[in-house]
Design a binder for this molecule. Structure first.
Ligand code: XMP
Length: 446
């Protein structure tokens, strides 16, 4: 028996559906978006369903034809809320309208007004309980995962990012040793990150974890490669190759777990809104390795993923980890990567992160990191001329990473970071702060 009540939103292509789902969850009630042509059987199987919202809106048209929902929806005896959708319109005469059928012309733009509009429907018509919380979510998912997986084996590429870490923790709770995690360290992780993955998942949570330190192999493949796109390609394909090698060694795996989250599905357009984003599988696994997918957080928004991670006992540094590009430090060690510059980059990055955390900026600034270019400048040390690399500091705030602004960092903090880098990081004689917004710059340098 599912622990949380459900309000279902039928997707007729409105771009407001995600906002609607979010608003309902803010009221403490779980909500999901489904295609408008969901089958009667699927709906009847939802034992926790309390109400349905049919949100017409401007996009309720495909190829010039208005979309209609199935007439039987009006006869289920489940409370309905019709937004910008005719109560009769395309409904067949034979279907008697549901006794509980609320209507609105549109959704208020203001979030407070939206919540006020939804509240009486959810709590009075549907009699839903505000029982959407992480511990109920986890209990439900654990039951669902056990039901789906049975006694079979599950494979997971554990990068150490927020989403894959939360999926791992959830699966460990549900199926323990039937989960097989593979963590590939490409040698381009930040300081201490791979170690933390091993410590948390293997030592603390007792996971089956294959840890592959492939630093040397990656550095070898990247030696002398200066072109950013070429570097990305090498890192990406080598990463997949290594993961495959380890997967094959593990023997038969029936399921592949993935950290797909709700914005991946909902905001990239649903079935009705023309395209469904096809989720990239872990690329190119051998043809004969057929997997079914386990995607236990695919209905969570990012902040909910983090809350779920905390509830599962993951450390805050993992749960609130800033975004980190797949190719990692590889795109921040500009040009052809050398072990020496990579070391300077990693040490400088660790200092920046430490000082930002100490100043309380780690949760305020969206992304911050260091870059080491592949040119040197002249400097002075102990009365002697030096010829060494600079370190560039980068910090940005953004909503969607499409545009970004550079925050004004306290001068004293910048000086402290600079002094520490110059004193502690070998081979560096200059520190710069990049104040370029995106556009015209990008967030990363490569
Ligand atoms: P840019 O540099 O394009 O970056 O402004 C926008 C955001 O995307 C991240 N980024 C990447 N993420 N693989 C990734 O998974 C990549 O190759 C990659 N390149 C950039 C970047 O860190 C920023 O958050």
């Amino acid at each position: 028996m599912m622990k949380q009540d459900l309000i279902l939103i039928l997707d007729l292509g409105s771009e407001e559906n995600v906002r609607l789902a979010r608003s309902i969850r803010t009221l403490g009630v779980y909500s999901e978006i489904y295609p408008h042509d969901i089958s009667r059987r699927s709906i009847e199987a939802m034992t926790n369903l309390r109400g349905i919202i049919i949100n017409g809106g401007k996009n309720n048209v495909v190829d010039g034809q208005p979309i209609a929902v199935e007439p039987w929806l009006f006869t289920l005896g489940i409370p309905l809320f019709l937004v910008d959708y005719p109560c009769t319109g395309s409904i067949s005469d034979s279907a008697a309208p549901s006794p509980l059928c609320r209507q609105a012309d549109s959704l208020p733009a203001d979030d407070k007004d939206l919540a006020a509009l939804l509240s009486p429907f959810i709590f009075e018509d549907c009699k839903a309980e505000a029982n959407w919380n992480m511990s109920n979510f986890i209990a439900d998912q654990v039951a669902l995962i056990r039901q789906q997986v049975g006694d079979k084996q599950v494979l997971l590429a554990l990068s150490g990012g927020v989403d894959s870490s939360v999926v791992a923790a959830l699966l460990i709770k549900a199926i323990g040793k039937q989960l097989h995690c593979v963590h590939v360290n490409h040698g381009l992780m930040r300081k201490g990150e791979s170690e933390q993955v091993v410590e948390v998942f293997r030592q603390q949570l007792g996971a089956n974890l294959v840890y592959v330190d492939a630093s040397e192999r990656f550095l070898g493949k990247l030696a002398g490669v200066a072109d950013p796109e070429e570097k990305r390609k090498i890192i990406g394909s080598e990463f997949i190759r290594l993961f495959e090698e380890e997967a094959v060694k593990l023997g038969k795996m029936d399921f592949l777990a993935q950290g797909t989250i709700y914005p991946d599905i909902a905001e990239s357009g649903t079935k009705t809104a023309k395209v469904v984003k096809s989720h990239h599988n872990v690329g190119g696994l051998p043809e004969d390795m057929k997997f079914q997918l386990v995607e236990p957080i695919k209905f969570l928004f990012k902040d909910e993923v983090r809350a779920c991670g905390l509830e599962l006992g993951l450390p805050e540094t993992m749960v609130f980890r800033q975004p980190f590009p797949g190719p990692g430090l590889g795109v921040r060690c500009l040009g052809a990567i050398t072990a020496h510059r990579l070391h300077s980059l990693r040490e400088a990055d660790a200092i920046l992160r430490e000082e930002f955390a100490a100043a309380g900026l780690d949760r305020q600034i969206w992304q911050y990191f260091t870059v080491v270019p592949d040119f040197k400048s002249v400097g002075m040390k102990d009365g002697y001329r030096t010829f060494e690399y600079p370190v560039i500091l980068r910090a940005v705030n953004t909503v969607d990473a499409m545009t970004a602004e550079v925050p004004q960092i306290d001068w004293a903090l910048l000086q402290k970071i600079t002094n520490r880098i110059l004193a502690e990081v070998p081979g560096v004689n200059r520190v710069l702060y990049d104040i370029s917004p995106k556009p015209p710059a990008t967030i990363e340098w490569e």
